[in-house]
Design a protein around this ligand. Structure first.
Ligand SMILES: [Zn+2]
Length: 274
């Protein structure tokens, strides 16, 4: 079984809900740490000869086209994470189409390739924003990876394994966040804070559990999780945990997973390219 490895490629100040850092016109004032942190991830992937999907923020692609070319040249898939890192439920349909469309055109003009995949900032698709799927397909996107099948973030009715959905403009794959059943709820384990806090054996056994059932897992990381020296931002307790707690655990755990399992970009796991 081949699992999907993904990187949400954004810088340390791209934090949903942090109003002081939400204005894109001020982003150029902040220290650029994306290049050196992305280099750390590229080095790790090179050591294990693993290719991944990079969900690149359009703003980063616009600012650092050479970095995107470098990631692409190493054989990784370049997909989109939107342009301004806004959650779907904070936008109307027109704004969403403009945001994702802008990121798709910037990224494809750099790579010369079609952008096949999208992940929403903070996995922010909700039942009431399902119109986003029609817009994604209209923009030529073939898969989305933004659904969380949990009560508090997405919906327990969301799919728990990759599935093809119907939209107004054709079929669209959904590759939801990997979770495993725990009593009446499901638990995430494969990226961000859940990966950093879960015991390593638990992460391994959860991936094996999915794979035994015939389903790939999706692991996700961020460049800022490879940066213990990033500037401290004044955040609520919950957001501070998401962005700072135990981040030194990510590189070790990811390296262990690269040793234990086989990974590929999402486009290959879903069979969208040979
Ligand atoms: Zn993000």
């Amino acid at each position: 079984m081949i699992n999907a490895l993904t990187v949400d490629m954004e810088d340390w100040y791209h934090i949903c809900g942090a109003t002081d850092y939400a204005d894109p016109s001020r982003w150029s004032l902040y220290e650029d740490r994306i290049t050196k942190n992305t280099d750390k991830i590229l080095g790790l992937l090179r050591r294990y000869n693993v290719k991944a999907t990079f969900f690149v923020l359009g703003y980063i692609a616009f600012k650092e086209p050479d970095l995107i070319r470098c990631v692409e040249k190493e054989g990784h898939e370049i997909a989109t994470h939107g342009f301004c890192h806004r959650r779907i439920f904070e936008m109307d349909e027109e704004e969403f189409e403009e945001d994702v469309g802008h990121s798709v055109s910037v990224i494809s003009s750099i790579t010369g390739k079609r952008v096949l995949g999208f992940r929403a900032p903070e996995w922010s698709i909700r039942k009431e924003t399902f119109w986003a799927l029609d817009i994604l397909r209209k923009l030529g996107i073939l898969y989305d990876s933004s659904m969380v099948p949990l009560t508090r973030m997405g919906s327990r009715e969301f799919p728990v394994y990759p599935i093809k959905l119907d939209t107004l403009h054709g079929k669209l794959w959904e590759f939801p966040l990997s979770t495993v059943r725990c009593f009446w709820e499901r638990l995430p384990f494969s990226g961000g804070l859940p990966l950093r806090l879960s015991p390593y054996f638990y992460v391994i056994s959860s991936i094996m559990q999915l794979n035994r059932k015939g389903h790939p897992a999706i692991v996700y990381i961020h460049p800022w999780e490879f940066d213990t020296e990033k500037p401290a931002i004044n955040l609520s307790m919950c957001r501070r945990s998401m962005h700072y707690l135990n981040i030194e655990a990510t590189p070790h755990k990811v390296e262990g997973l690269l040793r234990h399992f086989r990974f590929a970009p999402v486009r290959e796991v879903l069979g969208l390219v040979p």
